[in-house]
Design a protein. Structure first.
Length: 73
């Protein structure tokens, strides 16, 4: 049984880490996104108009500034 998902439509320049940060508040949470979207390429950037299935988390992740990439702090 699949958990709840949000459908997100990409815009030019979207990346896995940007989508994770937008929906989870943590750019490092890309593994679950990639696992839920085997239909998408493992590309550096997406073109616009692709559908990304974003699994809804039951528990909000704990954010740590130290664990985030420097450009996201």
């Amino acid at each position: 049984m699949m958990s709840a998902v949000i459908r997100y439509t990409t815009r030019d320049g979207d990346r896995w880490d940007l989508i994770a940060h937008k929906h989870y508040g943590n750019a490092l949470m890309t593994d679950g996104l990639m696992a839920a979207n085997p239909h998408l390429p493992l590309a550096e950037e997406f073109k616009s108009g692709l559908t990304v299935f974003v699994p809804v988390l039951e528990h909000k992740p704990q954010n740590s500034q130290a664990a985030m990439p420097p450009w996201m702090r």
